[in-house]
Design a protein around this ligand. Structure first.
Ligand code: TXA
Ligand code: MG
Length: 340
């Protein structure tokens, strides 16, 4: 398959992407979090092609993206008051809300669960292409399963060239980590994946939110997790990663004293000078987790073009969007975490 590279500023390209989606094809689309691998969410056969292109396990459900709030009513069994309040506060934006699904959601999307995740993205190109398709769009992150998520059209091409119909190039994603996934399908609101909307922001609207333990701990194969995607090794570059958490200056010193000759470093800007002779990627200042979120997947991917044999990465603390950055780094490290 010849994968088309489309540009939102080229007249007709958004409509072309929409027509491909409406015809049951898979298209890479920009969102404010990461690029998504989109297909018609109401067409099980179209959705199956997403799983094939990514090499994604069939038991991992997909998020359904809408362009306007009113579309949610056809996709879920009911919209509780808590969902409305979350949507008022944070939609359009980097938040996915899990609710009991409506009958129209194919099993391919929900992976056999009784629930479905809904997201109204804020990226104008994402919304324009969903409108052009005329259907809700199921979309996981547009990476090969297990690799770091894709935050530029070039990343999507790297993983998907020849496997999907087209990629719509909307530039670099602003947030850089995936949406926050919160379940309102149980008795208590539950954070399943930290992301662009922080736990503190969720609790400001919902009150106490339970935090799934898969966010900060490794989960064994035998354990049933609330978000199936959380159990897989994820976001991983080829070289093994060690995540270094705790005081940033101590962490930098730890890394400097443990670096082997062929090791690379992901560090906060102010420590970049401490690793002379090594390949270093900076991700923003230690006190700027939003900058770190924006840079983290590109940094993880960049090492796959090098011959580093190990990667040491500085990890932020859990406040604000730092929780999401730390979660992605710990998962990339297979939870090989050093606390300094
Ligand atoms: O920002 C994002 O959310 C991006 C963009 C493209 O919107 N999408 C994304 O999708 O990250 P994906 O498939 O890579 O991650 C979705 C996560 C997975 O961990 C999945 O298991 C979980 O959400 N999930 C989806 N539907 C679910 C459901 N019904 N119940 C529990 N977890 C669900
Ligand atoms: Mg993903």
């Amino acid at each position: 398959m010849n994968t088309l590279l489309l540009h939102p500023d080229t007249p007709g390209d958004i409509e072309r992407a929409g027509a491909l989606l409406a015809a049951g094809q898979v298209v890479g689309i920009p969102t404010e979090t990461v690029y998504g691998l989109g297909a018609n969410a109401l067409d099980g056969a179209a959705v199956k092609q997403i799983f094939a292109a990514k090499g994604r396990p069939a038991d991992n459900p997909l998020i359904v993206h809408i362009a306007d709030f009113s579309q949610i009513f056809d996709l879920v069994a009911a919209v509780p008051d808590a969902a409305r309040r979350l949507a008022d506060a944070y939609w359009p934006g980097p938040l996915t809300i899990i609710l009991p699904k409506a009958a129209c959601i194919p099993d391919e999307v929900s992976a056999g669960l009784e629930t479905v995740g809904i997201r109204l993205p804020s990226h104008p190109v994402a919304r324009a292409v969903i409108r052009a398709a005329g259907v809700p769009i199921a979309a996981p992150s547009a990476n090969t399963s297990g690799r770091p998520s894709t935050t530029t059209a070039a990343h999507v091409m790297e993983d998907m060239n020849g496997k999907i119909a087209a990629v719509l190039d909307g530039g670099a994603c602003q947030v850089g980590v995936e949406s926050t996934v919160v379940s309102l399908a149980g008795e208590q609101p539950r954070l399943l994946r930290p992301g662009g909307i922080s736990l503190e922001q969720l609790e400001a609207v919902l009150g106490p939110v339970a935090v799934d333990r898969a966010i900060s701990q490794p989960i064994g194969d035998d354990v049933r997790v609330s978000a199936p995607g959380m159990k897989y090794r994820h976001y991983a570059p080829h070289a093994p990663v060690t995540a270094v958490c705790g005081d940033p200056a101590k962490g930098a010193a730890y890394i400097a004293s443990h670096l082997t000759a062929q090791a690379g470093v992901i560090c906060f800007d102010e420590f970049a000078g401490q690793f002379d002779g090594h390949i270093v990627r900076t991700i923003g200042r230690a006190d700027d987790p939003a900058a770190q979120a924006h840079a983290i997947f590109d940094a993880l991917r960049a090492f796959d073009d090098t011959d580093v044999t190990a990667i040491f990465a500085q990890c932020p603390d859990d406040s604000g969007i730092g929780l999401a950055v730390a979660n992605r780094l710990k998962k990339a490290a297979g939870f090989h975490v050093i606390e300094v």
